[in-house]
Write a protein that binds this ligand. Structure first.
Ligand code: SF4
Length: 313
């Protein structure tokens, strides 16, 4: 069992998704409001500023993520390249089912690709994600094998699956040689049919069952601000790290402190920090990047905004 743990931040690049009809997803409540995908795009400087802060605070980038068809591939390759340069780590991508030719463009900058499986029960999956068939993810995984890229999946607990579905997940991990998995407890969004998340015990049993079968699998567990007291249980069940926390907005808040405390309760040393800003020259961090002057200046402006937010508590 790990004696360390850490926080993983997913970097989102857009709030638009062309599929937009997964029954639990926030994007499904926004699609009609966001007619123009370009308007839902986050700016490049915001994304790269977030990568700089993550590196400085010792957070790992869980993946670069966003809905289908919001950025074009070349823009995404640019983001993956520069995020990996900033963090000195190849990235994981979670941006929908990609074709082999698309994956080839990302290959120098990524460690692997994440397939958003969400629900392992096939019938339930097809109901919940009518426009996101598992077969597309499996095709992408075949291309990953070809390109020697690693594979990850995301699974949301609390969508109506039961523990009888755990063997399906075990088979899927074995069959597709998955090297990491992110579990989330469903966080019900207003405007969707879901009203509550799963009980902690039930969520924990999924993580324990998978850890028991796969001692070396990299397991990330998501919690949420209203469930932080479960984090020690998620770690004890076998999660390596924690995700799904607004770490910039709530930096050094009582919630951030609770995550560090929960890690200590589980007997893990928390690497990095959600509570102490590193004392570094932030402008210098930007100056050393291989980017044009104009973009660097926009990143500096964005960084100042984020850092101001992080000093709020
Ligand atoms: S494909 Fe992903 S982002 Fe799009 S609606 Fe489904 S879960 Fe949400």
């Amino acid at each position: 069992m790990q004696n360390k743990t850490w926080f993983e931040r997913a970097i989102f690049f857009s709030w638009y998704c062309s599929r937009g009809d997964c029954k639990f997803c926030y994007m499904s409540t926004q699609k009609n409001r966001i007619k123009n995908p370009k308007l839902a795009k986050r700016k490049i400087e915001s994304i790269l500023a977030e990568a700089i802060i993550s590196k400085a605070c010792g957070w790992k980038i869980e993946f670069i993520s966003g809905g289908y068809e919001s950025y074009d591939i070349d823009e995404l390759v640019f983001l993956a390249k520069h995020s990996s340069k900033i963090t000195k780590q190849k990235q994981w991508l979670n941006i929908g089912a990609l074709k082999k030719q698309e994956l080839e463009k990302f290959k120098p900058h990524i460690e692997g690709v994440c397939g958003a499986v969400e629900c392992i029960n096939p019938k339930l999956h097809d109901k919940l994600c009518p426009s996101k068939p598992i077969s597309e993810i499996i095709d992408m995984f075949k291309a990953c094998d070809n390109l020697k890229l690693k594979k990850a999946i995301t699974i949301i607990i609390g969508l109506g699956e039961t523990e009888k579905d755990i063997p399906l997940l075990i088979d899927f991990i074995k069959k597709h040689k998955i090297s990491r998995i992110t579990f989330y407890a469903l966080n019900p969004h207003k405007g969707t049919v879901f009203k509550k998340g799963p009980k902690t015990d039930y969520y924990v049993r999924w993580i324990s069952a998978i850890r028991e079968k796969f001692p070396k699998l990299y397991i990330i567990a998501g919690s949420w601000v209203n469930r932080l007291s479960e984090i020690s249980n998620l770690l004890n069940a076998g999660a390596d790290s924690i995700t799904k926390f607004p770490s910039i907005k709530l930096f050094n808040s009582k919630y951030a402190k609770q995550i560090e405390l929960q890690s200590a309760i589980a007997g893990r040393q928390f690497t990095g920090s959600l509570t102490k800003l590193p004392d570094i020259d932030w402008d210098k961090e930007v100056d050393q990047l291989d980017l044009d002057r104009e973009l660097k200046s926009r990143i500096k402006t964005k960084l100042k905004q984020y850092l101001k937010q992080m000093k709020k508590y």
